[in-house]
Design a protein around this ligand. Structure first.
Ligand code: ATR
Length: 281
């Protein structure tokens, strides 16, 4: 078997996914390759996908801006992808194209690997900042994991309310304005920053400036360029433990690789290696 995987999206020339999956192939001893198939928004998406589906490909990842657009081209969706309404991983299995979403579960895997038994602790209050596509996947994974208390803060309340429609028992969710985040920040044991605020070249930006954190709390930022965001720097200085965004990238890929090959690969040293790559950019 010579696996063929790919990534579709735009723009993706600088994607780290080929590096990650090539490491996974090496680690698992499987033969294969992972290529970039950029689809320009001016190209015909239908034609490109039809072409890809006719090729010898075993599976592909889907990124911005095509995570929803790919859905009508698939035969089946797994439950997570269906509920989230977005697909980031497609596998060709038994003659069918099946869509999955590994972003949210990848986030939870990454977090639990560093801080086990925190998300599942019913005493812990979790705050999700942002209500875009990434927040939606993460909220879904948190409520599926059984987190008891996950509040959502967003500039636009309606998007937060829309995400909370994914809520499952026993999760409780309240909505906060960004001003309320500042006032109540030290109520939260875990804060997950899911917006793009603070990403290069605007690394000096910070989603919210706070002056205190809950002792022992964990602050997580899904931005990974830079790895040490202003938000993480400021909250770490106030005594928080921090969690880096590049780990989500690794673990969503780990789960995708499992879907494609049935092989579980350990991340181990890849975490530090990816940090080095990102810091060298
Ligand atoms: P993604 O799909 O990558 O998560 P997105 O759908 O563009 O990205 O979502 C961006 C999120 O970041 C949204 O929650 C957005 O807030 P709004 O819903 O109010 O637009 C949030 N966001 C982006 N820029 C922001 C800023 N400068 N301040 C506060 N929130 C911001």
């Amino acid at each position: 078997m010579n696996y063929q995987f790919a990534l579709i999206g735009y723009p993706i020339k600088h994607s780290l996914s080929p590096w990650i999956h090539e490491q996974f192939l090496k680690k698992s001893g499987l033969k294969g390759s992972y290529s970039i198939m950029e689809i320009n928004p001016d190209d015909s998406f239908d034609e490109k996908i039809t072409e890809i589906k006719k090729s010898q490909i075993n599976g592909f990842n889907v990124t911005v801006p095509y995570k929803k657009r790919i859905i009508p081209f698939l035969d089946e969706l797994d439950e997570q992808a269906r509920e989230i309404g977005a697909v980031n991983t497609v596998v060709y299995r038994n003659g069918k194209w099946i869509g999955y979403n590994t972003d949210g579960s990848g986030y939870v895997r990454a977090f639990e690997n560093k801080y086990p038994e925190v998300l599942s602790n019913p005493k812990n209050n979790i705050l999700l900042i942002g209500a875009g596509g990434a927040a939606r996947g993460i909220y879904h994974a948190l409520t599926t994991t059984g987190c008891h208390h996950v509040d959502i803060a967003n500039r636009t309340k309606s998007s937060a309310v829309e995400i909370a429609r994914l809520k499952k028992e026993p999760t409780k969710t309240a909505f906060l304005t960004m001003g309320e985040v500042r006032q109540n920040f030290d109520y939260y044991d875990v804060v997950i920053q899911t917006t793009s605020v603070g990403m290069k070249p605007n690394q000096d930006k910070c989603i919210v400036h706070v002056n205190r954190v809950k002792p022992n709390s964990i602050i997580s930022d899904i931005v990974y360029q830079p790895i040490m965001t202003t938000f993480l720097k400021q909250t770490e200085r106030l005594g928080a433990r921090i969690h880096f965004g590049h780990t989500m990238l690794l673990y969503q890929a780990q789960y995708a690789f499992e879907i494609w090959t049935n092989q579980y690969v350990h991340i181990d040293e890849m975490d530090d290696e990816l940090q080095d790559i990102l810091e060298g950019r």
